[in-house]
Ligand binder design. Structure first.
Ligand SMILES: Cc1cc2nc3c(=O)[nH]c(=O)nc-3n(C[C@H](O)[C@H](O)[C@H](O)COP(=O)(O)OP(=O)(O)OC[C@H]3O[C@@H](n4cnc5c(N)ncnc54)[C@H](O)[C@@H]3O)c2cc1C
Length: 363
């Protein structure tokens, strides 16, 4: 937002708070998973903002461009292909079916991407052993500000949403039916065991209908593109929730794609080479991040969820936690990513003068 020159306007939008530290309780130990105040970026905090508010802000900014069109409540259902080239998309809108013809389709429709499914691009499934049960519990003024709890084979994420906690309970895919068979009381008791302050409100989970199962998928496309079509974000490489970095990568793909495609699109001549450049620019950080996520999943999350005994922080983590350099490195990997992208396209909207946008060279 800073690089786009819209940070001040962005921060005027409703948001819960600016988080500087991400803290967790693992077993009996309280640790800092990430300290964003140590970053050397323009913003040294994370903003918690409702998704619709964030998307509405993006749409508002995009409307400054006279050629921007947003079709609400319109779902892509297929691709239009002519002579082996993709020339547009088919969709369903409130008024009925629509067809949109374009120079380039960008599949940015997430881990269950319809664009990717219809494109015929191959998918390499990397396997995801854990799903997440998702629920809300109300938030009280004096609640502790911890983000993650783990002990005795159970874990709980809590995200501050103002008047409620968005809670996530990761569980092995195979164990979810077993948890449901044991009943909601057992599930409530497990939450209270991890975070006793929730005792007075776990009854808000009346039955399993108050929980949603989010299916985790981890995969990637060996090739992200074909003529006139490119996939980015989770559509190109579905990320696991480990480390909370998937959104970061998706946004960086979009920035890289915009930097590479702005010129060719303006000239109406996007080549296969341009689409290859996007994958070449982004594939390394994606593969490395997925590898690190898989390692954390196997060594820490998987082992932790299989161990019913008291959880102890591994000595290596304890050591890393107290050592400045690994701490700074971890903050940077979580918040900035492995190969940060910078906005390099000029702002050509009516509302602002054309010229390259500013960016923070420190990132
Ligand atoms: C349980 C879980 C928790 C996670 N937690 C975190 C976290 O805390 N932090 C983090 O950084 N990452 C997290 N991730 C990963 C993160 O959600 C993804 O990596 C990230 O959202 C990918 O962004 P995206 O824009 O590619 O896709 P998405 O965020 O999935 O966005 C895709 C968009 O496309 C739209 N869409 C889908 N299909 C169609 C269609 N047919 N027609 C039109 N529109 C369509 C959707 O409505 C959506 O708006 C989590 C993942 C899971 C599964």
């Amino acid at each position: 937002m800073h690089e786009l020159g819209v940070l001040d306007e962005f921060l005027k939008r409703l948001h819960q708070k600016q988080v500087r530290q991400i803290r967790a309780r693992i077993g009996r130990d309280e640790i800092v998973l990430g300290d964003l105040s140590l970053l050397s970026t323009h913003c040294r905090f994370m903003v918690m903002m409702p998704q619709w508010e964030f998307l509405d802000f993006l749409a508002e900014q995009a409307r400054r461009h006279p050629t921007f069109h947003l079709r609400m409540e319109t779902e892509v259902t297929g691709l239009i292909e002519e002579n082996g080239r993709i020339v547009g998309i088919r969709g369903n809108a409130p008024a009925g079916p629509v067809e949109v013809r374009v120079d380039l389709v960008v599949g940015a429709d997430g881990r269950n991407s319809v664009v990717r499914d219809c494109s015929g691009l191959l998918v390499e499934d990397l396997g995801a052993p854990t799903d997440v049960l998702w629920m809300r519990l109300s938030k009280h003024a004096n609640d502790p500000e911890l983000f993650f709890y783990a002990d005795r084979g159970k874990a709980l994420f809590l995200t501050d949403r103002g008047d409620y906690w968005q809670c996530g309970v990761p569980a092995p895919k195979a164990a979810i039916a077993e948890m449901q068979a044991k009943g909601i009381e057992d599930f409530r008791a497990a939450i209270v065991e991890l975070a006793p302050f929730l005792q007075d409100r776990v009854a808000e989970l009346r039955d399993w209908n108050d929980l949603k199962l989010l299916t985790v998928r981890v995969d990637r496309l060996p090739q992200w593109h074909r003529p006139c079509l490119v996939c980015i974000g989770d559509a190109a490489h579905a990320m696991s929730p480990v480390g909370g970095v998937g959104i970061n990568l998706a946004i960086q793909d979009a920035v890289a794609a915009a930097n590479i495609l702005a010129g060719p699109l303006r000239e109406g001549a996007v080549s296969a080479g341009d689409l290859t450049k996007i994958q070449r620019r982004r594939a390394f950080s994606t593969r490395l991040t997925q590898r690190v996520q898989a390692l954390i999943q196997k060594r820490l999350v998987g082992r932790g969820l299989r161990n019913p005994g008291p959880t102890r922080l591994p000595w290596l983590l304890r050591l890393l936690e107290r050592t400045t350099l690994p701490c700074r490195l971890r903050n940077r990997v979580i918040a900035v990513g492995i190969r940060p992208e910078h906005v390099k396209t000029p702002d050509v909207s009516n509302a602002r003068s054309a010229g390259p946008v500013t960016h923070n060279p420190k990132m």
